[in-house]
Design a protein around this ligand. Structure first.
Ligand SMILES: Nc1ncnc2c1ncn2[C@@H]1O[C@H](COP(=O)(O)OP(=O)(O)OP(=O)(O)O)[C@@H](O)[C@H]1O
Length: 250
């Protein structure tokens, strides 16, 4: 089966010469939820920016459901790969929630009743349908993050990429977002430093360190590999022991 995300031998140096990725391989199949872990500066954001063509591969290749990421397919690639950035305000800039969620599909030519339906379905999926006519800047941070997820879902992406989805959320909002993500029928790649969140949501984790994949396996196995964790500056929160967590079925 063709992977939804197929990254092969991806290497990238920034224009100042800093080499951020050294031959990264990553294959994600339809329906998987994968956490991308690693210390600060590991190259996670650099990798994510290659998935929808914001950066283009120095060497190696990236394709999405068989379509190579490159200038010629950028529009379709950006429909297939929806990236939810860490700061929801990067994605919300219009006068109402409805307008912000409609923006992407309208740009793809969706109009009228179909556009309205897309918007309301996406808002329903994140529990924000009642806020459609509110200005985004009147919402709480947690609500704005959910609307940012809806702006991407309205594009009907094949893969949802989330950058630090749990950051700045209170415990209830964090849990609610986890419930939402679990309920979606979409492939997920989640960049996170929140290791308990990775364990809760993602059966599989990939660890990037100094631009190289150093582990790829079951999240539980990664988080309980003390040598691996210490070698790559991954630390569990004080008192959190994956071995004693009662895990809900994914
Ligand atoms: N625009 C840039 N120009 C030069 N070097 C950069 C640029 N952006 C990032 N880097 C460098 O590339 C490396 C990888 O950075 P990246 O932001 O991808 O890491 P990250 O794993 O996402 O880190 P964090 O967890 O802190 O967000 C770092 O050493 C960083 O300093």
């Amino acid at each position: 089966m063709t992977p939804v995300l197929d990254v092969q031998g991806l290497a990238y140096a920034y224009p100042d010469g800093h080499q951020a990725l050294f031959g990264v391989d990553l294959h994600v199949h339809q329906g998987e939820r994968v956490a991308l872990l690693g210390p600060n500066g590991a190259g996670k954001t650099t990798l994510v920016l290659h998935l929808n063509g914001i950066l283009t591969a120095g060497a190696g290749s990236v394709s999405v459901s068989g379509l190579p990421v490159g200038k010629e397919h950028l529009r379709e690639i950006r429909r297939r790969v929806g990236v939810v950035f860490q700061d929801p305000d990067d994605q919300l800039f219009l006068g109402s929630v409805r307008q912000d969620v409609a923006f992407g599909p309208a740009n793809l030519g969706v109009r009228g009743a179909e556009l309205d339906a897309r918007v309301m379905t996406a808002l329903d999926q994140v529990g924000m349908a009642d806020y459609a006519d509110r200005p985004p800047h009147h919402l709480s941070f947690g609500q704005r993050r959910r609307v940012a997820v809806a702006t991407v879902l309205a594009m009907q992406p094949e893969v949802l990429v989330l950058d630090e989805p749990s950051s700045n959320l209170d415990p209830a909002s964090r849990r609610e977002l986890a419930d939402i993500l679990r309920s979606l029928d979409v492939t997920v790649l989640m960049v996170t430093h929140d290791l308990p969140y990775a364990l809760e949501l993602c059966p599989r984790s990939v660890v990037l360190s100094d631009g190289v994949v150093v582990a790829d396996g079951a999240t539980y196995d990664v988080l309980t590999d003390d040598t691996l964790m210490a070698a790559h500056r991954l630390e569990l929160p004080f008192g959190f022991d994956p071995r004693t967590v009662v895990r809900t079925p994914h």
